[in-house]
Design a binder for this molecule. Structure first.
Ligand code: PMV
Length: 349
């Protein structure tokens, strides 16, 4: 992951020649290990390329812009000539830091972000927007971004969005395949399971910062109990990683259910999440759990392919706002690197 190769910017020509730069990134989902990963356990995450972000960068004009997202679109100006923003967004913080490192803070840049990832749903929208924005600005200025620098810049933005971000989102939204993440480092994973991941949106935004702070308070209340819980979490994650590579879908599903119990103990599940999990399991899914920070956001289920229509229908019936599917074999073949190469990925009609 850390080899100093040139990162794709989603753009072939030098952006500076056209006066505009372009960058892309995609959503992610955490299979197992959210929250405990902040406290040092491993976690497993995979890219969701069908939900992507495109950012366009061009030289900034006189007036500074800072728009709130509407329909996933927003625009901001970065650069030292811009008045200090008391609540800068993660993408803007990441771009400001990039300009500072490149010694071009005096050249304001305007960035337009078009984000198809639903915001605040545990799918990595903040990291993906920051990644796409930094790539766009690098493209505009003809800068080479090595993966370590890009990760670092996205993490600067993520510290704003999460409070204290483990780094799993920054790694996963820039990765072409599934990763095992621990303490800042990501390793590619072997996928032997042949099944389908179904992501269901509760429709309710969740605050990662609030969820992470709540978990911290819970863990700090009883250190011994916290240690037991984190040991249990590590055991489940290690077992799930082995199941994933050995092709044991049923056992992987059980680990997901056990991890959901643990997340509920940490206080980040909700009645709606619980009912979506129950609905997916009732329709025959191997396993289901929340994914991301919780307190809203999304549920992730694992099911064998023939049962997917039933699982999706049950999730919709239980109130899911929308669902997406991702066959694990798309992860296996590395076909996730381009949205166009994953036709089986789809949203609900
Ligand atoms: O921002 P989200 O909802 O995708 O959550 C990220 C995962 C957490 O473990 C909850 C936080 C972190 O920084 O690892």
């Amino acid at each position: 992951m850390n080899s100093p190769v040139r990162e794709r910017t989603g753009h072939h020509r030098s952006g500076s020649a056209s006066g505009q730069g372009e960058g892309r990134a995609h959503a992610k989902a955490i299979l197992l290990g959210e929250h405990s990963v902040v406290h040092g356990t491993p976690a497993i995450a995979f890219p969701v390329p069908t939900l992507s972000v495109r950012a366009l960068a061009r030289p900034g004009s006189a007036g500074a812009v800072s728009e709130a997202p509407a329909d996933g679109h927003f625009r901001f100006t970065a650069g030292a000539t811009v008045a200090t923003d008391p609540t800068p967004s993660g993408p803007r913080v990441a771009v400001e830091e990039a300009l500072r490192r490149w010694g071009i803070s005096d050249d304001p840049v305007e960035v337009l972000v078009e984000c198809a990832i639903p915001l605040a749903r545990g799918l990595g929208s903040s990291a993906a927007c920051a990644g796409a924005a930094v790539r766009a600005v690098a493209d505009l200025h003809g800068r080479t971004l090595d993966p370590a620098t890009l990760y670092d810049l996205v993490q600067c933005g993520e510290q704003v969005a999460h409070g204290r971000a483990s780094g799993i989102d920054a790694r996963a939204v820039l990765s072409d395949g599934p990763i095992r993440f621990q303490r800042g480092t990501a390793a590619p994973m072997t996928i032997g399971v042949d099944a389908v991941l179904v992501i269901a949106d509760t429709g309710a935004p969740g605050s990662t910062q609030q969820a992470v702070a709540g978990v911290r308070r819970t863990l700090e209340r009883d250190r011994a109990a916290a240690q037991r819980l984190l040991t249990r979490a590590s055991g489940l994650i290690e077992a799930a990683a082995a199941d994933l590579s050995a092709g044991r879908a049923r056992s992987l599903g059980r680990a997901m259910v056990d991890f959901q119990e643990l997340l509920a103990e940490l206080g980040v599940s909700t009645a709606h999440i619980d009912s979506l999990v129950t609905a997916a399991l009732g329709a025959g899914a191997y396993g289901a759990k929340l994914t991301g920070a919780g307190l809203g956001g999304c549920v992730l289920a694992l099911a064998e392919a023939p049962l997917v229509p039933d699982v999706r229908a049950a999730l919709r019936h239980a109130g899911a706002a929308q669902t997406w599917t991702l066959p694990t074999r798309a992860l296996r073949s590395g076909a996730t690197s381009s949205p166009a190469s994953t036709p089986e990925l789809g949203t609900n009609p």
